[in-house]
Ligand binder design. Structure first.
Ligand SMILES: CC(=O)N[C@H]1[C@@H](OP(=O)(O)OP(=O)(O)OC[C@H]2O[C@@H](n3ccc(=O)[nH]c3=O)[C@H](O)[C@@H]2O)O[C@H](CO)[C@@H](O)[C@@H]1O[C@H](C)C(=O)N[C@@H](C)C(=O)N[C@H](CCC(=O)O)C(=O)O
Ligand SMILES: Nc1ncnc2c1ncn2[C@@H]1O[C@H](COP(=O)(O)OP(=O)(O)OP(=O)(O)O)[C@@H](O)[C@H]1O
Ligand SMILES: N[C@H](CCC[C@H](N)C(=O)O)C(=O)O
Ligand SMILES: [Mg+2]
Length: 492
């Protein structure tokens, strides 16, 4: 239990007048009035949906002893007015929890695709090297073996700093986390002291939020510019960059950290050559300052080679030898919902994958094309209330790389599923495709009509175990539905 004099805490905010708080002590920081307890400091956040300032009074009634606000509020407790409460929340959370990220070896991963996969690869390498690890990302937060649910890929600063503190208390030494572009723009990682920042790639997604690819690139660049501008021999900072993606040029410019590059097509510090991809796995030669090593892994496809290179580079920046990193990669079976096979003994292949961007869909389909012996079917939809401009492009990719594209729904959220499907269809006029707005029907149809040697890709939801329709959260797991459909064939 932390107890801190509010005066001491607020000294971390400079040029703020807080003479009116006397000897107050605070026992927690909250930005949601529903979590406030006696002794809390309540921070009002102006959100995209509601304004936290409107809940300040309720927070005080529940026991908040002081409030941080962006405007004067007439309350019975001290109100400290700051210019940006989001910024203040990052500063105060870091201070309240004792700057926990400084006590951890912090690895942050940004990029459009591959963050979850790469974070799991790095975590495996580090835990094989006997480091106590923590992980924060799309699927969950892990503190050692304990898993906690996450709402966002990268939580806001208060939750994040609290999580780091829990990690420190649990003996975690290294934390691997996905850093979304939203998080960088929203300042969710302000104050997080990263040691290693990894970039996977930049392709189209999230234009509903960032508007242009340039803005999106600028958002990603923040992870690299925020690494700092000092050199410490004992605590060096590293930027791990994919040279085959031109965005890396900008990131090299905006970071003063040591740069370690990786790539396939261009010259790099860590370069993969002689890549052989089969349905069972991938083999390549890794050329690095440590010599040439053969890497064998169960992960499939060129995109998996990039993820492996990024992970090995991050491991090198974390004190693991190249040999040990390669051995760990060899031991990885896969990451849930990423190119995950549904194998019930059927004579066709079913793959569930989280591809929900044009680039990831294209990569996965190209990889399948390399080993498919018969037709490729793809069941794919596009999320509602998310980047609409990617819908026709994803449909086009599906038609280009598969013989049997089947369009369906993927978390329509507040949108009309039929309207989302129309947006997809706008990209494929004159092409052959089928439409089943009910995702279960779409998967059943693909499986019922499969022939021997076919490959069916069920794309977009990966590890997800729900379908979001309106405000409802329905149980839905592509892997389970596919198993059900295969069982109904009564042959297996
Ligand atoms: C657009 C966006 O980033 N929204 C995030 C934001 O929500 P918001 O601004 O709508 O919050 P709000 O509901 O208006 O609430 C404002 C304030 O009032 C407070 N409040 C609210 C209600 C109440 O009764 N009492 C109260 O005190 C809230 O605690 C909050 O402090 O703050 C929430 C809490 O931190 C986030 O969960 C939420 O992410 C939503 C769910 C979301 O979908 N975000 C996406 C766009 C996102 O961030 N995605 C990225 C990338 C994913 C990837 O591709 O990997 C991610 O990192 O997840
Ligand atoms: N390096 C890569 N380049 C391109 N596509 C990739 C790469 N790695 C994985 N993919 C594809 O992208 C999908 C999502 O991968 P992953 O979950 O690792 O990415 P992510 O960046 O965490 O995504 P999100 O931002 O949605 O959490 C995978 O299922 C696969 O189809
Ligand atoms: N992290 C991704 C998840 C997309 C997954 C897909 N199933 C969808 O709902 O669009 C996003 O926020 O865009
Ligand atoms: Mg992710």
């Amino acid at each position: 239990m932390i107890k801190l004099k509010l005066h001491t805490l607020l000294s971390h905010l400079h040029f703020i007048n807080f003479d009116n708080i006397n000897n107050l002590e605070i026992e927690s920081i909250e930005n949601d009035n529903r979590k406030v307890v006696k002794g809390s400091l309540f921070i009002c956040i102006k959100g995209y949906t509601v304004d936290g300032h409107d809940f300040a009074e309720a927070a005080v009634q529940q026991g908040a002893v002081a409030v941080i606000s962006e405007k004067p509020l007439s309350l019975s407790v001290p109100v400290i007015v700051v210019e940006s409460t989001k910024r203040a929340m990052a500063v105060l959370s870091d201070a309240f929890y004792g700057q926990p990220s400084h006590k951890l070896h912090m690895i942050g991963i940004t990029g459009t695709n591959g963050k979850t996969t790469t974070s799991h690869l790095i975590e495996k390498i580090l835990s094989d090297a006997n480091q106590q690890t923590g992980l924060i990302g799309t699927m969950y937060t892990k503190i050692g073996a304990k898993q906690l649910e996450t709402k966002n890929t990268t939580p806001e600063s208060l939750t994040l700093q609290k999580t780091f503190k829990q990690m420190v208390d649990a003996g975690v030494q290294s934390t691997v986390m996905e850093v979304s572009s939203h998080a960088l723009v929203e300042g969710r990682v302000h104050g997080t002291d990263f040691n290693v920042a990894v970039f996977t790639n930049l392709t189209q997604d999230h234009l509903d939020y960032h508007h242009t690819m340039d803005e999106y690139k600028r958002a990603k660049s923040l992870l690299f510019s925020q690494l700092g501008n000092t050199y410490h021999l004992q605590k060096p900072k590293f930027a791990v960059l994919n040279v085959d993606d031109e965005a890396s040029n900008m990131f090299i410019e905006c970071t003063s950290a040591h740069v370690l590059t990786y790539g396939i097509d261009k010259e790099a510090n860590l370069r993969a050559t002689h890549i052989q991809i089969t349905a069972q796995g991938t083999v390549f030669e890794l050329v690095s300052p440590f010599g040439t090593h053969q890497v064998k892994m169960n992960l499939i496809g060129k995109f998996s080679v990039y993820n492996a290179l990024a992970s090995i580079a991050a491991a090198l920046c974390s004190g693991v030898s190249i040999e040990n990193a390669i051995a760990s990669i060899a031991g990885i079976k896969g990451v849930a919902g990423r190119f995950e096979l549904v194998d019930q003994g059927q004579d066709f292949t079913v793959i569930v994958d989280y591809a929900h961007t044009p680039d990831s869909l294209e990569n996965v389909l190209k990889t399948i094309k390399e080993f498919a012996q018969n037709k490729i079917s793809v069941v794919v939809g596009c999320g509602g209330d998310r980047d609409r401009t990617k819908r026709p492009i994803m449909a086009k990719v599906a038609c280009e790389y598969s013989e049997r594209p089947i369009f369906t729904s993927d978390n329509p959220r507040s949108e009309d599923p039929e309207k989302i499907l129309k947006d997809m269809e706008a990209g494929v006029a004159g092409k052959r495709y089928e439409v089943f707005s009910d995702r279960k029907e779409a998967i059943y149809h693909a499986i019922e009509t499969a022939e021997s040697g076919d490959v069916i890709l069920v794309a977009g939801k990966g590890h997800e175990t729900y379908q979001l329709v309106g405000d409802n959260v329905f149980d839905f797991d592509d892997r389970e539905i596919a198993k059900e459909a295969i069982a109904r064939l009564k042959k297996y």
